[in-house]
Design a protein around this ligand. Structure first.
Ligand code: 3HC
Ligand code: NAI
Length: 730
């Protein structure tokens, strides 16, 4: 039985059992229905308590069964909605005891109960939208009736998860307890036996609409369209809430079902659910030596240090402090220290305010303290150090040599380099096995991704410690191998180059960005480069001798070692155009550090003059071709990364792109996207591009892509086995 029953006095306690998160699989639903019907008919039972085994109410419908469900038949036959309806119609009071999580269908089940008691540490939310769906078991009809349209709209369209103290303030749960929610629920159930239930049935509640409800819903759709470009589920969620506003409950439920089914088998839902499982799979890392996530023993980090309080160091320090880790922040001089400490303090103040507002001033754990210093000796007691100084190998080596002599034995030494050789950095220390790359993304206190770059000597302890830390920091860690630019930036390079080549060939930053933004990217390549800072790539190109003082004299302007090269980004930097930080880049900004990108006539004029000076003929490129020209080389590089064994599988690449590079989640990630459009299409286009541009090596189709097409393009989940990792170093 997936739903167990035991009787306490006159109360039947029904426990949902389906480890690990008590997902409401079809079997669980059938079992719940049987037990519910059984206890409603049993005259000795006067009240019912619903709870989940092992301190978790329920993580919602069983996502794993979705791909095996035929929406035309299976969903119509029996659904969670039917279970909810039986619970809600019951003449005996039904109390939900929410512990751990009540998410998606789990919360919908709780909403169908007459009362809800939550443990103070429980979290609730209607998260379906993140899976490309909408709450399909009455959530869109009950939540607005319970907490009002604006609050329900916010929760349902964002998939926000709220802690129990917030849930009680919003009115989602009746009360919270620091003790056992089940005991409390039994107590309440006994107390309310015989009391009228009609007012407790959410389905009977009239919906409280603000007078401007139509414009509220319409405005929400416009905002969501901008925030989640091209994603359907957010829009459809609003329509389901509109049904709650306009229709009686029963008709609203029918409409909700219809809308749910319209999303259920969509490509976007498949992509989002793939992304969900991909994130879980990357946590299960393994190395060739047999060490893996299960056998390694992560160390707890209590005190961490950050070296360099520039763009990245500031965000990293905040991220650590938010996770209640004590932080020591080190800078090189008074001026930089003051600048950095002001910035960190300001971000922390903003974060504290956000946290207090979100938790409605309920008591919560405070942040870890941050100590600012110029004294490297302050690092001697740190458990882990993250270096975030300029991207310069000589400087990084000097710092690691110092760390080696100052830090306690066993302290972990991490570098935030965005692409330098981890092994070279580790080689100057007394503990290469305790050195690793922790590649955060900007802004580091907000971005979810942590690329964990394993050096040749990195021990399983440091890998597991940093992967564990990523969870503590509320980030998604992905273990990758050490190679120039690692995985994320290695794929980014051909994408950005291709976009810049389009400018040489006659397109504008606005045109290119628009195509990529319509595809679903939060920002096109040029707006993104301006945000990240054009100087970062410039410094790295100088370091590699592609421009600047190390460039060999006589190198042709638009070629490096026989390959096509565009000096456009270098010229922009030489002009002091670093992007948002200098108020101008590919666009112009209202002020230094401004966020609003506006067309810059200087850039247009400069591009025009550049094309004229180099006698470049304008090419006519369609929007579709701009997309393929930019994305396919990125995907191609993904296949090369797999071939080289730098990432463990396509899921790793996709998780990196979804969480660190603004890839639209409803398209799953670049590798998933390639599998959806069809590998033969990608191959044919790359072959065509390469034939016409033999001086761009990133267009040359990878051997793996060719092999997979030859094998009949097997589904993505089979690529790992097809690959066999002949060269894998992971
Ligand atoms: N269905 C199936 N499996 C699920 C699941 C679900 N709803 N939720 C979690 N799991 C699995 C995970 O895949 C993982 O399995 P694995 O170990 O084999 O990889 C295991 O449970 C543990 O999950 P996590 O590693 O994520 O554990 P955490 O403790 O970090 O997080 C959680 C637990 C908060 C429940 C998180 O897993 C989560 O957010 N789950 C999804 C919740 C959700 O979106 N539910 C809505 C489902 S759709 C729905 O309900 C439709 C309805 O409206 C009709
Ligand atoms: P930044 O230029 O903004 O900051 C670097 C900081 O290091 C400066 O505050 C500087 O004073 C300090 N510093 C320099 N030498 C020092 C020393 N000897 N001791 C103490 N502090 C010293 O650089 P940013 O952008 O923060 O980059 C830092 C690192 O992070 C680089 O390796 C970069 O490649 C990487 N990175 C940058 C990303 C970005 O978007 N900016 C993204 C991911 C990684």
């Amino acid at each position: 039985m997936a739903a167990l029953k035991h009787i306490v006095g006159s109360v039947a306690v029904i426990t949902i059992r389906n480890p690990p998160v008590n997902a409401l699989s079809p079997q669980v639903q059938v079992s719940l229905m049987e037990v519910l019907k059984d206890v409603t008919l049993d005259p000795s039972v006067k009240a019912i308590v619903l709870c989940g085994e092992n301190g978790k109410f329920s993580g919602g419908a069983d996502i794993r069964t979705f791909s095996k469900t035929d929406p035309k038949t299976d969903i119509k036959r029996m659904s969670l909605d039917d279970v909810n309806s039986v619970a809600e119609r019951s003449r005996k009071p039904v109390v939900a005891a929410v512990e751990g999580v009540a998410l998606g269908g789990g919360l919908e089940l709780a909403l169908a109960c007459h009362y809800r008691i939550a443990h103070v540490k429980a979290r609730v939310g209607l998260t379906e939208v993140l899976l490309g769906l909408l709450p399909g078991a009455g959530g869109t009809q009950r939540l607005p009736r319970l907490i009002g349209v604006p609050a329900a709209l916010d929760m349902i369209t964002t998939g926000k998860i709220v802690p129990a103290p917030v849930a009680v303030k919003l009115g989602i749960v009746d009360s919270v307890t620091e003790g056992s929610a089940v005991e409390e629920a039994i107590h309440l159930a006994q107390k309310v036996v015989g009391q009228p239930l009609e007012s407790r049935r959410i389905c009977s509640k009239p919906i409280q609409c603000p007078p401007n409800v139509d414009s509220l819903l319409n405005d929400a759709k416009v905002k969501l369209k901008k925030q989640f470009r091209g994603a359907e589920s957010h829009q459809v969620c609003v329509e389901a809430i509109r049904a709650a506003v306009q229709l009686p409950f029963a008709e609203g439920i029918v409409k909700e079902r219809e809308l749910f089914l319209s999303l259920f088998n969509s490509d976007q839902a498949k992509a989002c659910q793939y992304a969900f499982f991909a994130e879980r799979s990357v946590a299960k890392w393994t190395t060739p030596s047999g060490a893996n996530w299960k056998s390694a023993s992560p160390q707890t980090i209590r005190t961490a240090a950050v070296i360099g309080l520039g763009t990245m160091g500031q965000g990293i320090a905040v991220s650590l402090a938010k996770a209640q880790i004590q932080v020591i922040a080190v800078e090189q001089d008074e001026q930089q220290l003051e600048k950095g400490s002001k910035a960190v303090t300001a971000i922390l103040e903003r974060e504290t305010l956000k946290k207090q507002q979100f938790e409605l001033a309920h008591k919560s754990d405070s942040f870890g303290s941050v100590t600012f210093t110029l004294d490297f000796n302050a690092l001697k007691n740190a458990d882990l150090v993250i270096e975030a100084v300029y991207e310069n190998m000589a400087l990084k080596k000097e710092i690691f040599q110092r760390l080696s002599s100052i830090c306690k034995p066993g302290a972990f030494l991490c570098t935030n380099t965005s692409g330098l050789d981890i092994d070279e950095i580790a080689s100057v220390t007394d503990r290469p096995h305790l050195v690793i790359g922790t590649h955060f993304f900007s802004p580091a206190h907000l971005m979810k991704l942590l690329e964990v770059v394993r050096g040749y000597h990195s021990s399983s302890t440091i890998i597991s410690t940093v992967m564990n830390l990523s969870k503590v920091l509320n980030k998604v860690g992905v273990v990758v191998d050490n190679c120039p630019l690692f995985v994320g930036n290695r794929l980014l390079l051909p994408y950005i180059n291709q976009a810049v080549f389009l400018l040489e060939d006659g397109r504008t930053p606005e045109e290119v960005d628009q195509v990529l933004e319509e595809f679903g990217y939060a920002m096109g390549p040029f707006r993104m480069s301006d945000l990240a800072g054009l100087d970062i790539g410039w410094r790295s190109r100088m370091e590699f001798g592609l421009t600047g003082p190390k460039l060999l004299p006589g190198a042709p302007v638009r070629q490096r070692e026989g390959k096509r090269y565009s000096p456009l980004p270098d010229i922009l930097c030489e002009e002091g155009r670093f992007g948002q930080k200098s108020g101008k880049g590919w666009y112009q900004y209202e002020t230094v550090g401004g966020r609003n990108a506006a067309r810059d006539p200087w850039v247009h004029n400069f591009l025009h003059e550049y094309r004229r000076a180099h006698a470049i003929k304008q090419k006519n490129v369609s929007q579709g071709e701009i997309l393929e020209w930019c994305l396919y080389p990125l995907i191609n590089e993904g296949f090369k990364v797999l071939e080289d064994g730098i990432a463990s599988g396509p899921e790793d690449i996709d998780v990196i792109y979804n969480n660190g590079y603004g890839w639209p989640r409803h398209k799953g990630g670049p590798m998933f996207y390639a599998s959806m459009i069809g590998l033969p299409r990608v191959l044919v286009k790359l072959e065509e591009f390469y034939k016409n541009n033999p001086d761009i090596p990133s267009l040359k189709p990878s051997n793996l892509l060719k092999a997979l097409v030859k094998q009949g393009s097997p589904p993505l989940k089979e690529w790992r086995s097809q690959l066999g990792y002949p060269n894998s170093r992971l």
